[in-house]
Write a protein of this length. Structure first.
Length: 372
């Protein structure tokens, strides 16, 4: 038995999504910028995807732009906001994804931007009072970049209140919604965002395709210069099959949201109860009301727990810590550092999907009990 509990890292491609992509891969090879029939067929796939995404977010189709990834979408939001919206200060949190942390660090070091990091508590929550104080005191115009759900520990931010505060203080709000799109409802007609980012492979779509929502009031220029694709916002021939796939995957995720939510909630709750029962020293790092797909479990640091992820892998279970891994060497997690648990615990992130079963949960708990 091989078990996949790393759905926050990436999800498998839904076969229905694959079926939707196949004609674009096999038959419709035209360039969507061509005005002849070969081009027009593919253009239809792209515009259908855009329309689907826009409708589910209650955005206008003119506000959705396809990118190569959410990493690109987040870089575009931050770097173009600094360059074109005259941003002077950025307020963000220390638990953002690296693509946000590193791009905000880049602009603060190279573009004379004041970078303000909010504090987070042991569960990774920012304090709204601190955000409001910062919004009142820092030099404007201000960009706030706070993610919806943390990818390592699943902490969910109160994005309605954050967007209200940003509106009240005339700040731009960029929200990395990569872990929640297709899993939690997001409605840009009731919550005011300047920028949102999404990634196809997090909701059972293909890898290498993402999108950015840019509120129509914000006039920014592209990062890449070239052709006039994506209405001049993102030059480069479109990833046609990826775009076909991301639209279909998002559609299915939204339509199936409630059903999938119910099954993953049961898996997470059961896992959490059973893993806690294994030993008093085990700590559930994720907040109880955190992302229903993500459960980060802290095992006190010992020589055994140092090897836990490797031993799980050998036992046929794929889980991760959620931290960056390069050349096989895991660096320590900036999220675990920010919440003050890095020295005491080895964290393992189990992230679930509706494709997982209770049997898999039970098997993993049984294996864990023999490993700790
Ligand atoms: N933001 C968050 C919260 C993520 O979890 C990820 C993916 O790990 C990204 C951004 C980057 O997404 P992509 O893989 O599309 O570049």
């Amino acid at each position: 038995m091989r078990i996949y509990f790393d759905n926050a890292a990436t999800t498998p491609l839904d076969p229905i999504v694959l079926d939707h992509m196949l004609p674009v891969l096999k038959e419709h090879h035209g360039n969507p910028s061509s005005i002849h029939q070969h081009g027009r067929v593919v253009r239809t796939y792209i515009e259908e995807s855009r329309k689907t995404i826009a409708q589910h977010l209650k955005a206008s189709i003119a506000e959705i732009f396809f990118t190569s990834s959410a990493t690109e979408a987040n870089n575009l939001a931050i770097q173009a906001a600094v360059r074109d919206l005259n941003i002077k200060s950025i307020i963000t949190s220390p638990t953002e994804h690296d693509c946000v942390l590193h791009s905000t660090q880049y602009v603060s070091e190279n573009k004379d931007i004041q970078l303000h990091l909010l504090s987070v508590d042991e569960k990774g929550h920012i304090q709204l009072e601190e955000l409001e104080k910062k919004l009142q005191s820092v030099e404007g115009p201000v960009l706030v970049s706070i993610m919806h759900a943390n990818n390592e520990i699943g902490t969910i931010a109160d994005i309605s209140s954050i967007s209200e505060l940003c509106e009240k203080h005339n700040a731009f709000y960029h929200c990395d919604t990569v872990q929640t799109l297709g899993k939690y409802p997001i409605d840009v007609s009731t919550q005011r965002f300047s920028f949102l980012s999404g990634s196809g492979h997090k909701f059972y779509g293909p890898k290498g395709i993402g999108f950015i929502y840019i509120n129509g009031d914000n006039i920014i220029k592209p990062l890449l210069y070239g052709g006039s694709q994506e209405r001049n916002m993102r030059a480069g021939t479109e990833n046609t099959y990826g775009i076909a796939g991301i639209g279909k995957a998002f559609d299915l995720s939204v339509l199936e949201m409630e059903k999938r939510a119910e099954s993953v909630s049961t898996l997470r709750h059961t896992f959490s109860q059973k893993v806690k029962a294994l030993d008093d020293s085990i700590k559930i790092i994720s907040p109880e009301d955190g992302h229903r797909h993500i459960l980060s479990v802290g095992f006190p640091k010992t020589s055994k727990s140092d090897l836990l992820k490797f031993n799980l892998d050998i036992a046929g279970i794929s889980a991760s810590s959620g931290s960056a891994c390069s050349s096989g060497v895991e660096s320590s997690s900036h999220v675990m550092n920010a919440i003050g648990l890095a020295n005491d615990y080895n964290a393992v992130r189990f992230s679930f999907s509706h494709l997982n079963t209770l049997e898999e949960v039970n098997y993993t708990i049984e294996k864990l009990s023999s490993m700790i």
